[in-house]
Design a protein around this ligand. Structure first.
Ligand SMILES: Cc1cc2nc3c(=O)[nH]c(=O)nc-3n(C[C@H](O)[C@H](O)[C@H](O)COP(=O)(O)OP(=O)(O)OC[C@H]3O[C@@H](n4cnc5c(N)ncnc54)[C@H](O)[C@@H]3O)c2cc1C
Length: 473
């Protein structure tokens, strides 16, 4: 139902800077709530999420997963008849990348059409706050437009961090936004950074048949994740032939003819054909007029917000990666929706990060929700924990799945499920029942007594809940 929010007899003006998930989802909500909405976007609708980061990387991973299934076909009794002994599936970089970019552009077009269909005005260009309630758009085609805004939403996102000693050239020294322009697969790829982006892309290229070295500054890959899950992934990486260099921090990267040389801080050198830099992101908050409206900014350049996405300045909200809250498309979109509901007077529930389901798209995937093992170990919450390896799950055996587990965290006393980890192929599809349990404070017995399909991977979630009942929490 459309409601109309009037200021002195006119519709409220909402101006959104940035058309990624934080921006475009907000625009849809604001239009539904009856506001006059303008989105200013300098690159393309859908933002980095759709055009360079989330969508392209997951599409690349879909191809890589497909290749991995070929590689394991023999173990399920499948051979390729009439072929040479050494025949194997091969990925063609040009076709793979064309498909990825085509898919991203199509999704961007869909978002534009969806926004236009609900009456959102789109300005192609760069937005900047000009003063309280005023935004200017420097239009891509030339000229400037000044917009009056009752509500401003900043959803400008982030860009890859670049080090002075390793400047990307788009050919062999690459950020994750430049890899889709390659026409051939890297022969010897060095991935620097073993956080989520580094781990996902290192594994994707390994699956595509590249020789991959992962340079990780920490003791293990995925340092911010569940330690058991990260250990499974690191073991899988090594077993499949990836070279993982732990406690190895990059000092510099340079080109030497057709080679790249990565120098580590201890003086060692790693040579390859290409290097992919995944060493973090920086917010795009420079020169967007934050000072003109009195919007506070942290030393890292992030815009602090409260749980309804308000910044320090009245009428100015922020959503997504530029807030530094949690760099996920789903969180950006939720922050944006909350901002619009709050500013336009609709019912609003403040952001609750405990209910966020997150996933790392390696193979197996790591999906998490709610409290973590680190929260328990560092005393932030008291919980009983049960971990069930997938090797005992009948469906996993049928599918030749050997790596992975289900882990549940339960609050003693109330016996409610407060968190979980799933390490499995397509864990992203398996975390939702645990997410429902966490969000709705279900008890272990409620989960244990819910039917699961036999045989199924979700059977392990019900089984883990039964184990917790037996443990008499
Ligand atoms: C490799 C990679 C993979 C990822 N995979 C996932 C995933 O699988 N799932 C997930 O949930 N998250 C994923 N993420 C995170 C996700 O991409 C971000 O959380 C999400 O993009 C944040 O959305 P946003 O709207 O804040 O910013 P963005 O998507 O970055 O959009 C911001 C937009 O603002 C525009 N902009 C900036 N400044 C201005 C200005 N002054 N004027 C006009 N326009 C401007 C930019 O051009 C951009 O289009 C991934 C990130 C990376 C790096």
């Amino acid at each position: 139902m459309e409601r109309c929010h009037l200021v002195n007899g006119r519709q409220k003006n909402v101006v959104i800077i940035g058309g990624g998930p934080g921006g475009y989802e907000s625009a849809l909500v604001a239009a539904q709530l009856g506001a006059q909405v303008t989105v200013i976007e300098q690159t393309g609708l859908g933002g980095a999420a759709v055009l360079t980061d989330c969508v392209p990387s997951k599409t690349l991973i879909a191809t890589s997963d497909f290749m991995s299934r070929f590689a394991s076909a023999g173990r399920l009794g499948v051979g390729f008849e009439g072929t040479d002994e050494d025949q194997h599936a091969q990925a063609h970089a040009k076709q793979v990348n064309e498909r990825i970019l085509g898919l991203a552009e199509a999704q961007s077009r869909d978002i534009r059409a969806q926004l236009e269909s609900v009456g959102v005005r789109i300005k192609n260009g760069r937005g900047r706050i000009a003063g309280p309630g005023r935004v200017t758009a420097e239009l891509t085609g030339g000229g400037t437009e000044e917009l009056i805004a009752d509500v401003i939403l900043l959803a400008v996102g982030c860009t890859p961090r670049v080090m002075d000693t390793a400047i990307p050239d788009g050919e062999r020294i690459l950020t994750w936004q430049q890899i889709y322009d390659l026409t051939e697969l890297p022969e010897k790829l060095i991935v620097v950074g073993s956080g989520v982006t580094g781990a996902e892309l290192a594994h994707a290229y390994l699956g595509l048949g590249c020789d991959v070295t992962l340079v990780s500054s920490r003791d293990r890959v995925l340092p911010g994740e569940d330690a058991d899950a990260a250990t499974v992934i690191e073991n899988v990486f090594r077993r499949r032939g990836m070279k993982v260099l732990n406690r190895s921090r990059m000092a510099a990267a340079r080109r030497e003819g057709d080679e790249v040389v990565v120098t580590l801080e201890d003086g060692r050198e790693v040579r390859g054909s290409h290097v992919l830099l995944a060493v973090g992101s920086v917010p795009l908050t420079d020169d967007i007029g934050l000072d003109k409206a009195g919007v506070e900014v942290t030393r890292s350049g992030h815009i602090p917000v409260d749980r309804v996405s308000r910044t320090s300045a009245q009428g100015v909200y922020a959503a997504g990666d530029c807030t530094g809250v949690l760099p996920l498309a789903s969180v950006a979109a939720m922050q944006g929706r909350i901002a619009m509901a709050h500013s336009l007077g609709d019912a609003v529930a403040p952001l609750n990060l405990r209910g966020v389901c997150a996933n790392i798209f390696t193979d197996p995937e790591i999906a998490t929700v709610g409290y973590s093992q680190a929260d328990v170990e560092e005393g932030r919450i008291e919980a009983r924990v049960v971990t069930l390896p997938l090797s005992t799950n009948p469906r996993a055996k049928m599918r030749n799945i050997t790596d992975g587990f289900v882990k549940l965290f339960v609050r003693p006393g109330s016996t409610t499920i407060i968190g979980g980890v799933v390490v499995a192929p397509q864990a992203s599809e398996l975390i939702y029942p645990i997410g429902l349990a966490v969000q709705n404070r279900l008890t272990v017995d409620q989960v244990a007594s819910t039917f699961s399909v036999y045989p199924s991977m979700t059977g392990s979630i019900a089984e883990a809940a039964r184990r917790l009942h037996e443990a008499e929490i």
